[in-house]
Design a protein around this ligand. Structure first.
Ligand code: TYC
Length: 101
């Protein structure tokens, strides 16, 4: 049987762009109790108590701390959820989002 050799296929350019990532940043304030910050970080960002304590202390000492990195929509949703969790308890806990790189 004759062998049929397929002609080489033209190379296809496939460019897969990496999704841009956004940081969720916790901001320090003078009113929210430390335990509240830790509790909100644990519930909204699924952190262990130790992780949450570290992030809270960094924000407390330096003014802000990156909590986590997500795609834009998830970062904004998480920041809003953190803000609402603090507000529900009567505190002005604040988060912002910032594009990474
Ligand atoms: N600075 C607050 C206090 O002394 C605690 C705190 C830490 C608040 C981090 C917000 O993002 C924050 N009670």
């Amino acid at each position: 049987m004759d062998e049929v050799v397929a002609p080489p296929r033209p190379k296809q350019e496939t460019r897969t762009e990496r999704p841009r990532l956004w940081k969720v940043i916790l901001l320090n304030d003078d009113y929210t109790p430390r335990e509240v910050v830790v509790r909100v970080l644990q519930s909204v960002f699924r952190m262990t108590e130790g992780e949450a304590l570290g992030v809270m202390l960094t924000a407390h000492r330096r003014g802000a701390c990156v909590v986590a990195v997500f795609t834009k929509e998830i970062a904004e949703t998480k920041a809003q959820a953190g803000l609402e969790a603090g507000r529900k308890l009567g505190y002005p806990l604040a988060f912002t989002t910032e594009r990474e790189s």
